[in-house]
Design a protein around this ligand. Structure first.
Ligand code: SAM
Length: 199
């Protein structure tokens, strides 16, 4: 089963629209204060509910994307002011250029494992940010001296994520490795890295 089929199955079985609460704490503790007024925001891998449905940001304009048609059709039942779209982030040139003040990775990038697809995804993110715009991500990373095998997940050392982000031209402002933060059944054996960077 490929990644899209897997997520379609997960969202078909989902009984409640939820998102990872760790993303909300990351936004409130560390990202919110860095945003301009009335920001234009893109949420990546929003699933059936974007965290921005629960965030009060006056004047903001939020677009939330996911490649699962099942997730997006559930989100569209009650979109709560969010513009939901079915988009595969790894499709070249799929995003509007120089459009966003914040591109927020809702645990999407660690689900993109193919090298060419990751390149397209990062290139899309970079091109789609306004000059000085923020890209933020919370990703699973390998704990020191540990091997973790997770099918359908890109889990590498934090240093490799740092190099990957820098290679697209981003400037890293914040890079924090978080231990013992579990956001569901997914990441129990992994650490997380929280990154904030600017174009
Ligand atoms: C681990 S889930 C996170 C869902 C939700 N944001 C949360 O925090 O619980 C990753 C999400 O990314 C989506 N996704 C994976 N690959 C994608 C791609 N290439 N383009 C767009 N969305 C993708 C999946 O459908 C899924 O909804």
């Amino acid at each position: 089963m490929n990644s899209l089929e897997l997520f379609n199955q997960i969202y078909t079985l989902e009984t409640e629209r939820v998102y990872s609460k760790s993303l909300l704490s990351f936004f409130e503790s560390t990202i919110r204060a860095r945003l301009p007024n009335a920001p234009r925001i893109l949420d990546l891998g929003c699933g059936s509910k974007s965290i921005f449905e629960d965030i009060d940001l006056s004047g903001s304009n939020v677009t939330a994307i996911d490649f699962s048609p099942v997730a997006i059709s559930k989100a569209l039942i009650l979109p709560n002011g969010i513009s939901y779209k079915e988009v595969d982030l790894s499709t070249p040139d799929v995003l509007e250029k120089s459009a966003y003040d914040l591109i927020f990775d809702s645990h999407c990038l660690h689900c993109i494992t193919d090298e060419a697809n990751r390149k397209s995804a990062f290139t899309n993110i970079y091109q789609s940010l306004r000059p000085d715009g923020l890209f933020t991500t919370e990703m699973m990373v390998l704990p020191p001296n540990k091997t973790v095998v997770m099918p359908n997940k890109h889990v590498v050392e934090a240093r490799a994520i740092e190099d990957e982000i820098l290679s697209y031209g981003f400037k890293i402002n914040y890079f924090l490795i978080v231990r013992d933060l579990v956001f569901g059944s997914e990441n129990g054996d992994c650490d997380l890295v929280r990154v904030i960077c600017r174009k």
